[in-house]
Design a protein around this ligand. Structure first.
Ligand code: G3P
Length: 224
């Protein structure tokens, strides 16, 4: 993962899959190329293969299961994500919580496969605990701001600054911030507060013109 990290989480919006999902991914790819900036997209498991085949962006899973291969109906494992063309995974999103032992196992399995891992936490108290597990990155998101249109940068800047302090113990782990990111100013503020980048969903996936939104985010991230 490269700084500034722009991670767009597709979630399960009606724009996140099928032709619409591919279309948004292609628009994001155009911006990524135009500004020579890496933009990571995390997509539903059914879309990893299709989207990774159509665009050059790093495609992440929104979640992986930590069970080994075998008789585990419904599992999506790191091996499957890798084989589908994925480059990494989100773990423990507020909308998809998992146990700490599952987080640890999923990080280790992903690392062995050269997949990045981005572990979400909902509070500062968890930054050190997850940092010891050495994921590629920690994404801090106050859950009450997710999807609210009120950004963590404006409403809870102390969450970012505290997390940035705590992550210093783990220089190989990046700290990114998300929840309610809506404007270029939100992106720039998060980075000025010390975050290595941002995670975003609704402002892009629900936008009339996602390309315009992503362009504003990238320009602001690069301007800091
Ligand atoms: O994973 C990023 C996400 O939870 C933030 O969502 O809609 O507040 O940008 P949103």
């Amino acid at each position: 993962m490269k700084k500034p990290v722009i991670l767009i989480n597709f979630k399960a919006y009606d724009t996140s899959f099928g032709k619409k999902g591919v279309e948004i991914a292609k628009q994001i790819e155009k911006i990524s190329m135009e500004y020579s900036t890496e933009i990571i997209i995390s997509v539903p498991p059914t879309e990893i293969y299709r989207i990774a085949s159509e665009v050059s962006l790093p495609v992440f899973a929104e979640h992986v299961d930590s069970n080994s291969l075998g008789a585990y109906t419904g599992s999506v494992t790191p091996e499957m994500v890798k084989e589908a063309g994925g480059k990494g995974t989100l773990l423990n999103h507020s909308e998809r919580r998992i146990r700490i032992d599952e987080i640890a196992e999923a990080i280790n399995r992903s690392r062995k496969l050269d997949l990045d891992s981005v572990v979400c936490v909902d509070r500062n108290e968890l930054v050190r605990a997850i940092g010891t597990l050495k994921p590629t990155s920690i994404l801090i998101e106050p859950p009450e701001l997710i999807g609210s249109g009120i950004s963590v940068s404006k409403a809870r800047p102390e969450v970012i600054t505290e997390a940035v302090e705590q992550i210093k113990e783990f220089p190989e782990v990046m700290l990114i911030a998300g929840a309610g990111i809506t404007s270029g100013e939100d992106v720039a503020t998060a980075i000025k507060l010390g975050a290595s980048g941002i995670g975003v969903a609704s402002a892009v996936m629900k936008a009339k013109d996602p390309m315009r939104v992503v362009e504003e985010f990238v320009r602001s991230a690069k301007s800091v």
